[in-house]
Design a protein around this ligand. Structure first.
Ligand code: GLA
Length: 397
C-alpha cells in the first residue's frame, strides 16, 4: 500500500548504469536534489511571509560527463523516467524551448550560470527522478537545483545556496513562465535531514526545526489528479495579493494585520478581501505550527493544518474535490484513529495532501485512506511516507 522510497545511493547507481548504457562510458559526476512537501504556510512565500517545508526522500539524480572531444558545444539530456531526449546549443543566452517543454527548467539554469560568467557548460547528461511528476512536490525545483548543483560541481564555482535557490526561481520565471515564490528552490537547496525549515521569505533567513519524534510520521497522499488551471490561477492569486497590499498601504501582505484588514473590508472587493484573509491567517498559523513542532504538540499542529486547508479551500480557492476528499477522510478518522491533521500541500488544484499521523498505525491508516479515496473519487491514489531529507547533494564529484 505504501509506495517505498528508493535510497539515494540506489537511484544514483541506477543512473550511472543507464548513463553508461547510453553514452558508452561511466559518468564523471553524479548529483541529486530532493522534492519537498510543505507542512504549512501555503501561498505565503510571494507575500514575504513564512513557510514551513521539508525536503522529502524523493530525488532527481543527474549523471553527467563532458561531451566527447570534437562533439558539438551543446547540452544533451536524457530523461530516463519518460525516455525522452533533447539537446540545446550554448548560444548566449541559451534559447528557450517550446512553451511547457521540460528542458526549459534546465535551459533557464544554464542561462543563469552564463549570466554569472560561468562558461564551458557542455554536458552529456542523464537524469532519473523519483519525485512524482505534476504532484505538487516540486519536481521542477528538484530539476533546477540538481542542474545547478551539476554545473557548480563541474565548474568548481560554488555559489551560496541562497543564490542558487534564487537562480532556480529565476529559471522558472523566465524560462518556464511560472511566477513562483522562493519556497521550493530554497528547501531543495537547503533542506536538512530530520529537520523542517521555517523560512522567513522576506529576510530569507532559514531556521531549522528538528523533527525526529519517532511517534509521528508524515504521510503524503497523491490524489493523482492535476487540473490544468495552475499557471493562470497562480498568477491571478499573486495579483490579488498585491492589490490587497496596495489597498492596505503595506509593502506586502506579510505586514498586514487581521484588524487592519477588517477596518478596510467595506472598501475592498470581496474576493481580494478573502485572499488577504487567507494570507494573514496562514502566516500566523505557520508561526504557531513551528512552536507546536518544537514542543512536539502534535494535536495543535494537526488543528492548524485543518484550519489551513479550510482557508485554502474557501478563502483562497485553490483546492479541488479530490484534495477535499482526502482531508475529509483524514478528519473522519480523527486523532483516535491516528491522524493528527491533514491539508493540501503546494500550489493546489490537484497534487498531494500532507497528513501528520501516528507512526505506529501507518499501514492500516494508509490502507483505509486509499480505499475510501478510491471509493469517493474512482481514482487510485499513491501514498508514501517520508522523513525530512537533506537538500542538494554531490554523490560523485
Ligand atoms: C508553488 C510555488 C511556491 C509556493 C506554492 C504555494 O509550489 O512554486 O513558490 O507559492 O506554490 O505555497
Amino acid at each position: 500500500m505504501i509506495d517505498p522510497n528508493l535510497p539515494l545511493q540506489e537511484i544514483a547507481q541506477d543512473a550511472a548504469r543507464k548513463f553508461q548504457e547510453r553514452y558508452g562510458r561511466p559518468p564523471r559526476w553524479i548529483v541529486a536534489a530532493p522534492g519537498r512537501v510543505n507542512l504549512i504556510g501555503e501561498h505565503t512565500d510571494y507575500n514575504d511571509g513564512f513557510v514551513f517545508p521539508m525536503a522529502i526522500e524523493r530525488y532527481t539524480v543527474i549523471a553527467a560527463d563532458r561531451p566527447r572531444p570534437g562533439a558539438p558545444d551543446q547540452v544533451t539530456w536524457h530523461c530516463a523516467r519518460t525516455n525522452q531526449s533533447a539537446a540545446f546549443p550554448l548560444s548566449r543566452p541559451v534559447p528557450k524551448g517550446e512553451p511547457k517543454h521540460w528542458t526549459n527548467y534546465i535551459r533557464g539554469v544554464f542561462a543563469g550560470f552564463q549570466a554569472r560568467g560561468v562558461d564551458s557548460l557542455a554536458f552529456d547528461a542523464l537524469m532519473l527522478s523519483t519525485v512524482p511528476l505534476g504532484g505538487g512536490l516540486s519536481s521542477s525545483a528538484a530539476l533546477e537545483i540538481s542542474t545547478a548543483t551539476l554545473i557548480e560541481t563541474a565548474s568548481g564555482q560554488k555559489i551560496d545556496p541562497v543564490e542558487k535557490a534564487l537562480l532556480g526561481q529565476k529559471a522558472e520565471h523566465d524560462y518556464a513562465g511560472m511566477p513562483c515564490g522562493i519556497m521550493d528552490q530554497f528547501i531543495s537547496a537547503l533542506g536538512r535531514k530530520d529537520h523542517l525549515l521555517l523560512l522567513d521569505c522576506r529576510s530569507r533567513k532559514p531556521e531549522l526545526v528538528p523533527m525526529s519524534d519517532p511517534g509521528v510520521a508524515i504521510l503524503i497522499v497523491n490524489t493523482n489528479v492535476k487540473h490544468e488551471l495552475v499557471g493562470g490561477e497562480y498568477a491571478q492569486r499573486r495579483r490579488q495579493c498585491e492589490e490587497a497590499a496596495r489597498l492596505l498601504g503595506v509593502p506586502a501582505l506579510r505586514d498586514a494585520t487581521a484588524d487592519a484588514l477588517e477596518a478596510k473590508k467595506s472598501k475592498m472587493d470581496e474576493t481580494v478581501y478573502r485572499r488577504a484573509r487567507h494570507v494573514i491567517g496562514e502566516n500566523e498559523r505557520t508561526i504557531h505550527a513551528a512552536h507546536g513542532v518544537r514542543a512536539s504538540n502534535w494535536t495543535t499542529v494537526g488543528q492548524l493544518m485543518y484550519a489551513s486547508h479550510l482557508s485554502l479551500k474557501d478563502d483562497y480557492e485553490v483546492s479541488c474535490a479530490e484534495l477535499d476528499a482526502v482531508v475529509e477522510i483524514a478528519h473522519g478518522i480523527g486523532i483516535d484513529g491516528g491522524v493528527y491533521g491533514c491539508r493540501m500541500t503546494g500550489g493546489g488544484f490537484g497534487g498531494c495532501c500532507v497528513a501528520l499521523v501516528d507512526s505506529a498505525r501507518i499501514d492500516p491508516l494508509a490502507a483505509r485512506i486509499a480505499a475510501e479515496y478510491k471509493q469517493k473519487t474512482q481514482v487510485k491514489p499513491t501514498l508514501f511516507v517520508s522523513r525530512p531529507a537533506a537538500g542538494a547533494t554531490v554523490v560523485k564529484g
